[in-house]
Design a protein around this ligand. Structure first.
Ligand code: FES
Length: 175
């Protein structure tokens, strides 16, 4: 008889290198608090895979001996974890009020036009994913956008956005 669990999601196999990276994060905490490394482990998975799949969440849960749902809650709570595959460059445009009042929505619309994708979409060449996000804590520099969860692009105007996109395309040989 086929088990009813045969379709269930299974934990991704972790490479030795990944386990070693996890272990370095876990070592920063007392043994009974190794679950505190969950964000760091999810970040490692995302660096290596580009996103955090359900299979990866299960692997992290197993490694840290914590409930899979608790890991999933972390993945879904923080905007920086990609729950689907994304382009090489993830563009998060802030659309909260202070940014909106200074052209955040126009910037988003301009990027969507330039890239030929809808908000939430990824370009066919896999280079760009366009998303909106909540306040990035840089309202004084509005409107702002975060590139790959790391690099802030402040005071966006159309020229600045064109330069950024064209520069990244050129760097990837896709100008
Ligand atoms: S509202 Fe956009 S950074 Fe605060």
């Amino acid at each position: 008889m086929i088990s009813s669990h045969s379709q269930a999601t299974e934990a991704m196999a972790l490479s030795e290198a990944t386990r070693a990276r996890f272990a370095r994060e876990v070592a920063k905490y007392p043994p009974e608090q190794k679950q505190s490394a969950v964000m760091a482990c999810l970040s490692i998975v995302q660096q290596e895979q580009g996103w955090v799949s359900r299979e990866a969440e299960l692997a992290v849960a197993e490694y840290l001996e914590m409930p899979a749902m608790a890991v999933h809650e972390v993945t879904t709570f923080y905007n920086m974890y990609n729950q689907q595959p994304v382009g090489k460059y993830k563009l998060n445009v802030c659309t909260n009020l202070p940014c909106q009042l200074r052209g955040g929505n126009e910037a988003l619309a301009h990027l969507a036009r330039k890239l030929g994708i809808e908000m939430g979409g990824t370009t066919a060449d896999g280079l760009f994913t366009l998303q909106q996000c909540e306040c990035l804590g840089a309202c004084a520099d509005a409107p702002v956008m975060l590139v790959n969860d790391r690099n802030m692009c402040s005071f966006m105007d159309h020229d600045k956005l064109d330069q950024l996109v064209d520069g990244l395309r050129a760097a990837e040989g896709k100008a």
